[in-house]
Each structure stands twice: as C-alpha cells, then as structure tokens.
Design a binder for this molecule. Structure first.
Ligand SMILES: [Zn+2]
Length: 314
C-alpha cells in the first residue's frame, strides 16, 4: 500500500472536520500515474515505512519532489488532488488542526506516527541527493533505508538530531514558554538541540539556563518521541526542578517571545478544554497547550497528574 505526498505534504481526505489518511494499492497507483502520462518507474522513488501485522508492506511516495538522479518530473498538485478526492496538507497544519479526539485518526489502524515518520524519511532523501564529499549524485537503495555514492562508495543513513525538551517546575508551578513562530496563544515546554559532546543532563541544564536564566536540578527522563519538525528530531522529554528560591525568569528574547510560571488550575483547565486548536484559538483563552501528538502534551499532563495526585480525566 502507498501513502502519497506532494512536496512533503501528505494526502489527506477531509471527512466532516476530521482528516483521514487514504492509501492506494499498487494497481491504483499505476492507474493514477498512467492518467498523468507516467509509467510505473516513478514507483521506484518510494520508500518503505513499515508493514501491517499481515506482512503487507507500506510505502510512501512523493509525487511532487523531483529527484536529481532521475528525469522523472513532478506531477501537478491540483490535478492530482482532484483525481484523488483529497488534499495535500502541510503536516504541521494538520497536526494542529486535529482536535484531541481526532488526533488518533491521523494514525488510524497504523503503527504510531506513520505520517510523521514517512515525511521525515522523504525529506531526508530529498536533502541527501548528492554526496557531501564527492558532490556526485547518490542512489537510494530499494527500501529507502540508505543512500550510496557510487563514486566513492560512501553510504549515508537517515539520522535524527537529539533535542531535549524540559518541563521545569518549582514544586507548585510549571514553566511554559512560547516562540514568536508558534500559533497564537500556544505555550510549551523548553526545547533545544543537544550540542556535540553533551549528555542529556548537560543539554537540559544549558538550555534552561540559556532560555530563561534558571538553574535546574533533579533531572528525570520521562519519554521520547520522533518528531519530523524542523528536520527529524529525537525528542527526549525530561522533568526538572528549579533550585529552591531561584525562580525569577530572565527570558532570552533571541530564542523566546515569552516565558512564565503557570499554576496547576490554569494548566489543568487548558488540558481539559475541548475542541480543535483552531476552535480554541477563537475563544478568549489565555493559554493553549500542544496537541496530543506532541510529547510536550504528555509531559504537561504527567506533571498535572503528579501535582494533583490523580489521573486527569478528559
Ligand atoms: Zn561521493
């Protein structure tokens, strides 16, 4: 089965205010390509992203990207959308538009974040079409798990960049921050890339100090998640506590637009709020939290449950 993308935007079908992720059989895909004057060669550009319990292989194929090593042209977006009865939607937009109850739909009956993983792999291939040593075109292996430079035999493997994401607490409140690029009203935990040579603990302490001028201790690993934005990250979620008595925030305005301490009641109310992101933005709400697809959502929920001593009921 094939999941389709166009310039890294997944094909989604709106169903009411929900999105479904359609997939095509090989025969359907060949039929589609034929209608646009392409032969089945284009299918060789696809990458393997997983398989079902019944050993049915899942592939992702980008119909918009043009590969440097092939003469195959990109296919027209609007005409393909009309033919497929769906739209190629910006993935970040899809992630934020889905309301919490619907977010599982992006992954319906599929291994967890298949759409996110597929986009990350397609983007990696698009960005590694040339060998960084010889400058020659690289070749994808059949599955798409690596690329080879035929000139000097260097093999390139897809990589993720480690990012620490930290929810800082002072014992009663948690610290949330926003970047100017975030959707209006959205606050999240602090995040930053690990530098070469750093441990996770080093990176947490440095990022918190750089972004809000606080010293933290008692760093606890919580969970991890692949995240395709901005460029395939491995998000490593940690909880940390600020050193007692040192809670005054100094926001680094080069990295953040704002940062503040939030109390349990306010954060709990924001987590419980119903409706899609866009609907919530319309309300006179001071605080929006990341969607369920994002690990930050789960860290904040975990903190709320620990503070209140009971599971959060939606
Ligand atoms: Zn090379």
């Amino acid at each position: 089965m094939f999941y389709l993308f166009h310039d890294l935007d997944p094909l989604l079908q709106a169903s009411g205010h929900r999105y479904l992720v359609p997939r095509l059989s090989r025969a359907e895909l060949e039929g589609l390509l034929g209608k646009f004057g392409q032969d089945s060669q284009k299918i060789e550009d696809s990458v393997l992203i997983g398989c079902s319990n019944q050993q049915e292989a899942w592939f992702a194929l980008d119909l918009g990207l043009k590969s440097a090593s092939s003469v195959r042209a990109s296919l027209p977006r609007a005409e393909m959308e009309a033919e497929l009865g769906g739209s190629f939607v910006k993935l970040r937009q899809a992630v934020f538009q889905l309301n919490s109850a619907d977010s599982s739909l992006l992954f319906t009956a599929q291994a967890p974040p298949l759409c996110l993983q597929a986009q990350a792999l397609l983007r990696w291939h698009d960005g590694h079409q040339f060998c960084s040593r010889s400058g020659q075109p690289t070749q994808k292996n059949m599955a798409g798990s690596k690329r080879l430079c035929p000139a000097n035999k260097i093999i390139y493997y897809p990589q993720m960049a480690p990012v620490v994401i930290t929810l800082v607490s002072d014992g009663a409140r948690c610290l949330l921050a926003r970047q100017s690029a975030f959707p209006k009203g959205l606050y999240s935990a602090l995040a930053g890339f690990c530098d070469i040579g750093e441990s996770v603990e080093d990176a947490v302490q440095r990022e918190v100090a750089e972004e809000v001028g606080l010293e933290v201790e008692d760093i606890q690993y919580s969970a991890s998640q692949h995240w395709p934005f901005p460029n395939s990250s491995l998000m490593i979620a940690c909880h940390a506590t600020v050193k007692p008595g040192h809670t005054e925030i100094q926001v680094n305005l080069k990295e953040l637009e704002a940062a503040a301490w939030f109390g349990l009641d306010e954060v709990t109310a924001a987590l419980r709020r119903k409706g899609s992101f866009a609907q919530q933005q319309g309300e006179a709400s001071p605080l929006l939290l990341p969607p369920k697809l994002a690990i930050a959502h789960h860290m904040i929920k975990k903190w709320v449950e620990k503070q209140s001593g009971s599971p959060l009921t939606a």
